[in-house]
Design a protein around this ligand. Structure first.
Ligand SMILES: [Zn+2]
Length: 167
């Protein structure tokens, strides 16, 4: 299993020097460490979790986003949603398993499966360029993430600055 922390740290309660640094730098959160370890422990019972690759675990106020490669989405959801249910019970929050993509538009759409993304416009600004993700205001309740949370997840995964824009 590949996650934000190394395999030694997945097995133990302590973090090695390298993984501690990641935590200090904000590359990974305490909650993400907890969820990674929990997933790792589940792999004993659910062997299909053994070879998954987790790209990002983002902890929002209402929802936790787990970004995995395409082939692993079904595994992290589990048969009949069994893995997601366990995770949600453990962290007492909704879980959204999202397919990894480096492309801003593709990842934004993956992150908002029930929302129509009308367009992605590159905005050139004197401070810093960013992408404007245009969605319908009718869909705003389906987003589950706050606007700043959305921006943060997309930036962490794609490395690009984005802002949601409603029309
Ligand atoms: Zn480690």
């Amino acid at each position: 299993m590949e996650t934000g922390i190394c395999e030694v740290c997945l097995k133990n309660d302590m973090l090695c020097e390298g993984c501690s640094k990641k935590l200090e730098n904000g590359e990974i959160s305490e909650k993400a460490v907890e969820i990674s370890r929990y997933l790792y422990s589940l792999a004993e019972e659910y062997s299909y979790l053994e070879d998954i690759e987790v790209n990002e675990i983002y902890v929002g106020e209402e929802v936790i986003v787990i970004v995995v490669k395409k082939e692993d989405v079904g595994k992290v959801v589990g048969k009949g949603g069994e893995i997601v249910k366990k995770l949600a019970g453990r962290v007492e929050r909704a879980i959204r398993v999202v397919e990894m993509a480096k492309d801003v538009k593709k990842f934004s759409q993956n992150l908002l499966p029930d929302v129509k993304v009308y367009g992605v416009n590159r905005v050139f600004s004197p401070d810093e360029d960013y992408y404007k993700i245009i969605v319908s205001s009718d869909d705003s309740r389906r987003i589950m993430l706050k606007e700043d949370e959305f921006s943060e997840v997309v930036e962490r995964v794609t490395g690009e600055r984005v802002k949601l824009s409603f029309r």
